[in-house]
Design a protein around this ligand. Structure first.
Ligand code: 5GP
Length: 300
C-alpha cells in the first residue's frame, strides 16, 4: 500500500485555522455556562442535536467545571459515579451515560432528593459568620447548627443562639459522651464543636442543616458523614481578604499576622471542597449556599 500523501500546505493551514476556531467556540460555550447565560443542559441539548457542533466536541469534565459553584473535586466524583471517563466529549457519550448525566443535572437544578447537610467553611475573615447570620435571619427553614465553644461571649452574642458558651469541664464532658459530631481547637486558642443530637433530629424531621465551622471541622464531618456537601467560601481577592481581616479591628497586629498566615494555608485547601462560593455580596453568597442545601446527591 502506498503511503497517503501529506495534505498540501494550503489544506494544513485551513485545518489549523479550523482547529483554532473550534477551540474558540468551545471556550465561548464554557464562558456562557460560567456566566449562567446557558445551563449545562442547554449545552447538552445542542451537542446531541448536532454532532458537528462545538458543544458536541466539548469534554464533559470541562462542561461540568464551568457550572458555577461546581468545583473540580465534585466534578471528578460525579463523573466517577456516573461512569463517565475523564476524557469523554459530550457528543461521544453512550445512551446510558447521556441519560444519567441529564438526570443528574435535572435533579441538581430541580432540587430533588436534597443532600440536606451542608458544611460552610473557608479562610479566616472571609465572612462565613456574616453569611451564616444572613441565612439565620432570612431562612428559618434551614436549621443552622449552634456550636459549643469554650470562648467567652462577645458583646451582643446570646447563649444558645450564636453559640453554647460552655466551660472547659463541660466541653470535656461533651467529648466523653460522644455528643459532638466534630470538634477542633481554632486559632490555637479555644475549642469549638458541633453538637450532634440537634443535627440528627433536624435531619430526621426532613430539615436542611447548615454547619458553619472551620476547615479542620469540615474535614472531620466529611469522614463522619461522607454524604455531606462541603462548600468553601472564597474572598473576591487576596487583597480584599487582607482588607477584611485588618479592617475588623478585633485582633491586635500580631494576631492579625498570625491569622493571615493561617488564611494562606486555608485558601490552599479549596480543592478538597465540593463547591466554591465567592463572597462578594453577602446576600448573593447566602443565596448560593441556600441553593446548595437543595442539591441532590448523585447517588441513587
Ligand atoms: P469565632 O470565635 O470568631 O466566632 O469563630 C472562630 C472560628 O471557629 C470560625 O472560623 C468558625 O468557623 C469556627 N467554628 C465555629 N463553630 C465551630 C465548630 O463547631 N467546629 C469547628 N471545627 N469550628 C467552628
Amino acid at each position: 500500500m502506498t503511503p497517503r500523501p501529506a495534505p498540501p500546505p494550503v489544506d494544513r493551514a485551513a485545518a489549523s485555522r479550523a482547529a483554532v476556531a473550534a477551540r474558540r467556540a468551545r471556550a465561548a460555550v464554557k464562558h456562557d455556562v460560567a456566566a449562567k447565560a446557558r445551563t449545562a443542559r442547554d449545552v447538552l441539548d445542542a451537542a446531541w442535536s448536532d454532532p458537528q457542533s462545538p458543544e458536541a466536541t466539548l469534554r464533559v469534565r470541562e462542561l461540568l467545571t464551568s457550572v458555577p459553584t461546581l468545583g473540580p473535586t465534585r466534578v471528578a466524583k460525579v463523573m466517577n459515579e456516573l461512569g463517565i471517563a475523564e476524557s469523554k466529549r459530550t457528543g461521544g457519550l453512550g445512551v446510558r451515560q447521556r441519560s444519567s448525566l441529564w438526570n443528574y443535572l435535572t435533579a441538581r437544578e430541580g432540587g430533588v432528593e436534597p443532600t440536606r447537610l451542608v458544611v460552610l467553611a473557608g479562610p479566616t475573615a472571609v465572612g462565613k459568620g456574616t453569611v451564616s447570620a444572613y441565612i439565620r435571619e432570612h431562612h428559618p427553614e434551614i436549621h443552622l447548627s449552634v456550636s459549643a465553644t469554650t470562648r467567652a461571649p462577645r458583646p451582643g452574642e446570646i447563649d444558645g443562639v450564636h453559640y453554647f458558651f460552655v466551660s472547659d469541664a463541660e466541653f470535656d464532658r461533651m467529648i466523653a459522651n460522644h455528643e459532638l459530631l466534630e470538634w477542633a481547637v481554632v486559632h490555637n486558642s479555644f475549642r469549638y464543636g458541633t453538637p450532634r443530637p440537634p443535627i440528627d433530629a433536624a435531619l430526621a424531621a426532613g430539615k436542611r442543616v447548615l454547619l458553619e465551622i472551620d476547615l479542620q471541622g469540615a474535614r472531620l464531618v466529611r469522614e463522619e458523614m461522607p454524604d455531606a456537601i462541603l462548600v468553601f467560601l472564597l474572598p473576591p481577592s487576596w487583597e480584599e481578604l487582607v482588607r477584611r481581616l485588618t479592617g475588623r479591628g478585633t485582633e491586635d497586629p500580631s494576631e492579625q499576622a498570625r491569622r493571615l498566615e493561617t488564611a494562606k494555608i486555608e485558601l490552599a485547601a479549596q480543592d478538597e471542597f465540593d463547591y466554591r462560593v465567592v463572597n462578594t455580596d453577602v446576600a448573593v453568597a447566602a443565596q448560593e449556599v441556600v441553593e446548595l442545601t437543595a442539591v441532590p446527591t448523585s447517588r441513587p
